[in-house]
Design a protein. Structure first.
Ligand code: HEM
Lengths: 149, 153
């Protein structure tokens, strides 16, 4: 019995002859964002889990202190966008690999796309509209720099 | 029909595009084919772990953005949800999470080196053990300190 086996990595659809090769840019994005994410995520974990009392020191006042500085705002937003796009593009690869049914695959990829967009918008709005000293909040729950009313 | 396996590759080289699909080389050596870069041994298991950790981190990230969004609702709402992260059980979960992230990060850098460094695929096995070594060092630095933070508060 003879079986023809495609060469390894033979694409299901060949890359377009003209126009943008999105799969190639996705591949490059996974690597470029990965390298940046190592710095952003290790920094994030170190500051939140290793410095001081670690996880047991995290509360509204702690996050309020961090997010009142543009440095951490941009750090968190960069991490949010890079990680969600990297993660959802990675999940798309898994759906391409494992889903055997075109319709199911399309639904799953649609769900991944929608959740990524919703969470990117939500997270970005939270970081930039956040008020570390909300009016009427108890003084012992907010950052020490908040004016005591 | 079995895939063609080059005898000398103990995990070092690819099945070449030309030989894939042609009848197998008659083997006189080991009964079981040795691994290729992505089949069996370090190459495959590093990938399996990379995939599992990637998916796990993705689902954590979905939840983590939602819980952090409560910071915009009220101090009480945020403190309530973050309080659940400070329990012993979640403390152990955070050890697993950091372990998954550290592996995925170091092995991700290994993938980048395999793809862009001219000697990358030659040293992919060595680099896998470097990944494991860095992971052990990272966890030795993180786990004791984290568990003290979790269990002494
Ligand atoms: C810490 C820094 C990170 C690095 C260096 C990194 C690196 C990589 C690399 C190089 C790939 C392979 C892409 C390919 O083969 O085309 C990958 C895949 C993947 N990554 Fe990451 N990544 C990181 C963080 C993350 C995060 C935070 C998530 C989740 C939100 C994530 C989820 C995934 C997923 C789901 C895949 C697909 C796995 C697969 O195709 O087998 N990664 N990562």
């Amino acid at each position: 019995m003879t079986t023809t086996i495609d060469a390894p990595r033979t694409p299901i659809r060949p890359a377009p002859k003209k126009g943008v090769n999105w799969e190639k840019w996705g591949w490059i994005y996974m690597r470029a964002s990965g390298v940046v994410l190592v710095v952003l995520i290790f920094g994030h974990l170190f500051v939140n889990l290793m410095v001081g009392d670690g996880v047991s020191a995290i509360d509204f006042a702690f996050v309020g202190g961090k997010l009142s500085s543009p440095f951490w705002q941009w750090w968190d937003v960069a991490m949010l966008w890079l990680a969600l796009i990297h993660g959802s593009n990675g999940m798309r690869t898994l759906v391409n690999d494992y889903s055997r049914n075109q319709t199911v695959g399309k639904i799953l990829k649609g769900a991944i796309f929608v959740s990524a967009v919703v969470l990117i918008v939500l997270g970005t709005l939270v970081v930039f509209t956040f008020d570390p000293c909300p009016a009427g909040a108890p003084a012992d729950l907010v950052a020490s720099f908040c004016p005591t009313s | 029909m079995t895939a063609t396996v080059s005898r000398k590759s103990q995990g070092g080289s690819f099945v070449s595009l030309k030989t894939a699909g042609t009848p197998p080389i008659t083997q006189s050596g080991p009964k079981r084919p040795a691994g290729t870069l992505y089949r069996g041994r370090e190459g495959m298991w590093s990938w399996v772990l990379h995939r599992i950790t990637g998916v796990a981190i993705f689902f954590f990230l979905l939840v983590h953005i939602l819980d952090t969004a409560l910071i915009r609702v009220s101090p009480e709402a945020y403190n309530a949800v973050i309080g659940t992260y400070q329990t012993p059980i979640m403390g152990l979960g955070e050890v697993a999470l950091v372990g998954a992230i550290a592996y995925h990060a170091y092995n991700g850098l290994r993938i980048v080196l395999i793809d862009f460094w001219s000697k990358g695929s030659k040293y992919q096995k060595v680099m896998f053990y470097v990944v494991i070594g860095l992971w052990v060092i990272t966890m030795l630095g993180f786990v004791p300190r984290h568990l003290i933070n979790v269990f002494s508060h």
